[in-house]
Design a protein around this ligand. Structure first.
Ligand code: C2O
Ligand code: CU
Length: 656
């Protein structure tokens, strides 16, 4: 009797042991799942630790490691509903895996992925194999458990799946695109820049004068200089971790953006070897430097774009001290906005200003997920630090390398110390006044050199307002000890270069005799440009290459009268020369003389500038908002020079 009861009770115990919340021994599939998850956990933890040790902490990989660890615990717990939940976490793991830019790039370019090439690819594939195996084993274990249940056979699996789905949805929601961790949103890989094809696309345009006595190739640097600086810049792709967890795909010089800062001395000769490891043509333009024409780096005008695998040597003397930069001038819209730029700092032969700390800051905007602009200072989108001691003098050289997506200039200002603007576009201002948190409007390609003394305590911060909406906490540069500013200033009246500084003698003034004056009307309208239809940006109603040219002769003093008929800012840049600013809206400057290579013409304003034609060649005059120059706003200043190069689909050269 007693024995009979025991026998009868046996199946009941078995069922209870396998019920919803109780634990059970792992089946064979369960063991496979558990071991695979353990291996994946160890791999992810090892990877995350290694990255943290080399200083490039990855929040993505850490999240992955934590999640795969939780999944492992769920499986080994033996609790059936947790095991079912683990399958849903497995789905989240796949999601994280395949939305990770490093993984995507590695699968995309197995051999050439800049994050570690083929080794990285193999690692990605192995990790993928392990989590797939774990997931399949996990799923089959759950299904097997489902079949073994003999009581309430629908309840446990169904509720497990629902709970798992809720957890999974919450996790995806918390981590997914548009939520708190934009790092996990997929940023589209870069597309190779190329010209539109078909009607309206020029095949071969020669920008030179057909029977000119001299060709661009003859306009080169003198044979010798007292001191020669050699540099090599290699154009290559990279993925840039911006610091906050966002990684952007980029084309770079030497693997970083900005590329290496070239620091040289006035009068030095630069010999720069450009090596192209990208799959399309590139050049280097030395923005603001009065280079000989053959070193100007304009594809289709002063050279052919440097082809993949090839190299090219730029040789020029830097005649002026100051803050300059360099960028590709083949498809400059695509190539510069995606990272092919860097800074060039030229120290004066006789220093005029003492600085204990001299740093350059490149402001950039990257194309993030969902076309959201990601603003950076140098290589980071967070708070950068710059050491400086109390009482030290600091010079910051700020360049806007961005395309300025909104079309408005970026605003920058300094919080925590009064400052002077000592130079614009590298050219010193005369007796500048002290400013306090004055917003400095900086158009694409422009430079401001600011100068200040560190206070006795606390830090000083350089902050920006993108699109003029208001200053932001990041990106920012904190100089000295401490964190960013506790309180951001409000935007006050913008800096006005036409009234700043103190008057001084200048070689060119509005009273000078001009050999010629050209009116250039800046417009925008729907139209076609190079075979594309859309919003075009015009000079005198025309789009490049129909904009005509400004013919000059060596020694002439030329005045340009810009009339901006649009509601947009246009940073107008002339290659190879320096403008003297004559006035805005017909009013001459009341402060320091101002010399710039890029003048920011405000909406519905006029601007008068002049330049001495002292550098023979074929020189671009264009808006430096890359979108505008890409859609028409370019012309040439021409000295009766010919060129063997052409722009168009035949050569593949397209400067903007
Ligand atoms: Cu900064 Cu035509 O260039
Ligand atoms: Cu423009």
């Amino acid at each position: 009797m007693n024995k009979q009861t025991q026998i009868n009770q046996e199946p009941t115990m078995e069922i209870r042991r396998r019920s919803f919340f109780t634990r059970q021994r792992l089946s064979a599939q369960g063991k496979i799942a558990a071991w695979c998850y353990v291996v994946a956990t160890l791999a992810a933890v090892a990877g995350a630790t290694a990255l943290a040790l080399i200083g490039s902490f990855s929040s993505d990989l850490t999240t992955f490691a934590v999640l795969v660890f939780i999944t492992t615990l769920f499986v080994v717990s033996g609790v059936r509903w947790l095991q079912a939940g683990a399958t849903l976490l497995g789905v989240v793991l796949f999601y994280l895996f395949f939305t990770q830019p490093y993984v995507i790039s590695s699968l995309y370019e197995p051999k050439t992925d800049p994050q570690g090439g083929f080794g990285h690819f193999v690692g990605v594939v192995i990790l993928f194999g392990i989590i797939t195996l774990a997931f399949v084993a996990n799923l089959s274990m759950v299904l097997q458990n489902f079949q073994l249940s003999s009581r309430r056979r629908w309840f446990a699996p169904t509720s497990s799946v629902i709970i798992g789905m809720v957890i999974g949805t919450l996790v995806i929601g918390a981590l997914g695109p548009g939520a708190s961790a934009p790092a996990l949103a997929a940023i589209a890989p870069l597309e190779t820049p190329q010209m539109a094809a078909g009607p309206g696309v020029p095949t071969s345009i020669n920008m030179g004068m057909a029977h000119a006595p001299i060709s661009v190739g003859q306009l080169h640097a003198p044979a010798t200089a007292a001191h020669v600086d050699h540099f090599t810049l290699t154009a290559q792709s990279a993925h840039l971790a911006l610091g906050s967890g966002i990684t952007v795909p980029a084309w770079t010089f030497n693997g970083t953006a900005p590329g290496p800062t070239l620091h040289v001395r006035q009068g030095d000769e630069l010999v720069v070897t450009l090596v192209n490891h990208l799959s399309f043509g590139v050049t280097i333009h030395w923005h603001g430097v009065r280079v000989p024409n053959d070193a100007d780096g304009v594809a289709g005008v002063t050279q052919d774009a440097v082809k993949p695998g090839q190299s090219y040597i730029y040789r020029f003397i830097v005649p002026d001290a100051g803050t300059y930069w360099y960028h590709s001038h083949q498809f400059s819209y695509d190539e510069t906005t995606n990272g092919l730029y860097g800074m060039l700092i030229v120290d004066p032969t006789t220093p005029t200003l003492h600085a204990d700390v001299d740093e350059s800051v490149a402001l950039h905007a990257w194309n993030g997920a969902n076309n959201q602009a990601i603003y950076t200072m140098n290589a980071g989108d967070g708070v950068l630090k710059q050491a400086a001691l109390p009482g030290q003098w600091v010079r910051l050289r700020i360049v806007n390398t961005a395309e300025t997506p909104s079309g408005n200039p970026q605003l920058v200002t300094l919080v925590g110390a009064p400052f002077q603007v000592v130079a614009l576009d590298g050219h010193d201002l005369h007796a500048p006044q002290w400013l306090t948190a004055t917003p400095l409007p900086i158009g694409s390609a422009q430079r401001y050199d600011i100068y200040f003394q560190m206070p006795t305590h606390g830090s000083v911060a350089l902050v920006t307002a993108d699109d003029g909406q208001g200053y932001v906490q990041a990106p920012a540069l904190v100089v000295g000890q401490g964190s960013g500013p506790a309180k951001l200033p409000v935007i006050t009246k913008w800096f006005d270069l036409t009234t700043y500084g103190t008057p001084a003698h200048d070689a060119v003034t509005p009273q000078s005799h001009f050999n010629a004056t050209y009116n250039i009307t800046l417009g925008n309208q729907m139209g076609t440009s190079l075979g594309r239809t859309g919003m075009t940006y015009t000079m005198n109603g025309k789009v490049f290459p129909n904009t005509g040219m400004i013919m000059v002769k060596e020694g002439q003093l030329i005045k340009l009268h810009f009339v901006n008929q649009t509601s947009l800012y246009h940073p107008m840049h002339l290659h190879g020369h320096v403008f003297t600013i004559l006035g805005e809206n017909g009013r001459p400057l009341t402060g320091s003389p101002v010399h710039q290579d890029t003048v920011l013409v405000p909406p519905h304003a006029t601007y008068d500038v002049a330049f001495v034609a002292n550098n023979p060649g074929i020189w671009m005059l264009h808006c430096h908002n890359f979108l505008h120059s890409n859609w028409g706003m370019d012309m040439m200043v021409m000295y009766n020079v010919s060129t063997p190069y052409t722009v168009g689909s035949a050569s593949g050269n397209f400067p903007d």
